[in-house]
Ligand binder design. Structure first.
Ligand code: SR1
Ligand code: MG
Length: 420
């Protein structure tokens, strides 16, 4: 059958014959209840339930949902999502939804319904704490990034994956344009809180050091194929329930630099930090929550380092930094030194990517609910301005920033209006 988008009405007829789905919902499609719940920028997402079970059906549309049919987008992104999910499931078991069925022609993935999980952004807007969040996300980053690289994989397998994901051209193109280029000029699809931010936006577009930083980071993203990335790792790609976090939506998966996913994710916590004052009914009522957000960011990095270092010492079986050259020659200390240098470079890259993400979510096409749900522009703009300023510092000074404590001290002072 040629590709055709699903609808609530056609779900039963189109999917009823798939054994893996019938095994979960029952074979009587008359008892299936479907609803479309997609609120992302690209795809259709259905929850299909019956009295005996539930599944999620995610189907790519041949265009960008956020923009419409004027922006065509290959269906093949569903293929990349499926392949990324299978690899992430092996590299960090239990952290991504289980895949029940993949249909390449229909560009659809049927997977585990995470319930009663919600998108992490909703919690960050609502002021909800999730214990263990930073630990789980830091470990996921370390495990997927280390195990997807030449530090760990048999190199023939790694090169085959590099070739497979290299075809994810259209989604890379979105990132290359929307993250690294468009925020820094008056690109047609850009928008920002106007007129409140007009002055700052003009300043940033005139900032040549920032433009250079953005293109240096774009070069890393395009050309440094170090490991398999999630590729779109923000708080809309994480579902949470209590103390459990699950990672979804890796359709932007591609080989890229270790620091990319790390920086994009941590940036989303810093964005949420600056959004809090727009959601407070009384000034200061979210002080403790703000501190929790910074603590999560710090824990992500800390546990990324801890787990990555553990894997370096126990699973370094790829062609890079071979044990034969280090430990087996009595040069264990040199291996530790090499690890430290690599982590330091990942840290600097991550800060740069974080700066880009903080800018594009305020200046570009794809904004985030943390800010968008602050209805009053007079309240939203100061939150966004603080994030833009921190983002600029991270991008331009990424090789001169000591540690998270330094960044968080600056974030607090920006928040309090002590610096601007
Ligand atoms: C046109 S797509 C815009 C954004 O949505 C996705 O979630 C990615 O973040 C992309 O950059
Ligand atoms: Mg997504």
């Amino acid at each position: 059958m040629t590709y055709s988008p699903l609808s609530v009405e056609t779900l039963g007829r189109r999917l009823g014959g798939v054994a893996a789905i019938a095994a979960r919902l029952g074979a009587d499609t008359g008892k299936w209840r479907g609803r479309e719940v997609g609120d992302g920028n690209l795809n259709l997402v259905f929850i299909v339930e019956s009295d005996v079970g539930a599944v999620v059906v995610k189907q790519a549309l041949p265009y960008v949902r956020l923009v419409g049919e004027s922006w065509p987008l290959p269906l093949k992104r569903s293929f990349f999502e499926y392949h990324a999910l299978t690899r992430q499931a092996r590299r960090d078991p239990g952290r991504v939804p289980e895949v029940y069925h993949f249909d390449e022609g229909q560009a659809l993935v049927v997977m585990e319904y995470l319930h009663p999980h919600v998108i992490l952004r909703r919690s960050l807007i609502g002021g909800v704490v999730h214990l263990g969040l930073g630990e789980q996300l830091g470990r996921f980053l370390a495990r997927t990034l280390f195990r997807g690289s030449d530090l760990s994989m048999p190199t023939a397998e790694r090169k085959a994956d590099l070739a497979l994901f290299a075809d994810n051209v259209a989604l890379c193109d979105i990132t290359e344009a929307l993250v690294f280029t468009d925020p820094y000029w008056a690109a047609p699809l850009n928008r920002h809180t106007s007129p409140e931010l007009d002055g700052l936006v003009a300043e940033l577009r005139a900032d040549v050091d920032l433009k250079i930083a953005a293109q240096e980071l774009k070069l890393k993203f395009c050309a440094h194929a170090e490991t398999l990335l999630h590729g779109d790792f923000h708080s809309g790609s994480i579902m949470v329930h209590g103390a459990e976090a699950r990672v979804i939506d890796p359709e932007f998966a591609v080989y890229g630099p270790f620091g990319f996913d790390v920086g994009m994710l941590i940036a989303n916590f810093w964005l949420a930090y600056f959004a809090q004052s727009g959601h407070e009914e009384r000034a200061g009522e979210r002080d403790a929550y703000r501190e929790w957000i910074l603590a999560v960011a710090a824990t992500i990095w800390r546990d990324f380092v801890v787990e990555f270092s553990h894997l370096w010492r126990t699973e370094r079986s790829g062609i890079l930094y071979p044990r034969a050259l280090y430990e087996d020659q009595g040069h264990g200390l040199a291996a530790e030194q090499a690890l430290g240098a690599l982590l330091h470079r990942i840290w600097q890259d991550a800060l740069g990517f974080a700066g880009m993400e903080m800018h594009r979510r305020i200046l570009g096409l794809a904004h985030i609910a943390e800010f968008e749900t602050i209805a009053d522009p007079a309240r939203r703009a100061p939150c966004e301005a603080k994030a833009l300023k921190l983002g600029r510092m991270l991008a331009v000074a990424r090789d001169r920033i000591g540690g998270l404590a330094e960044i968080h001290a600056i974030a607090r002072r920006l928040e309090l209006g002590e610096i601007g």
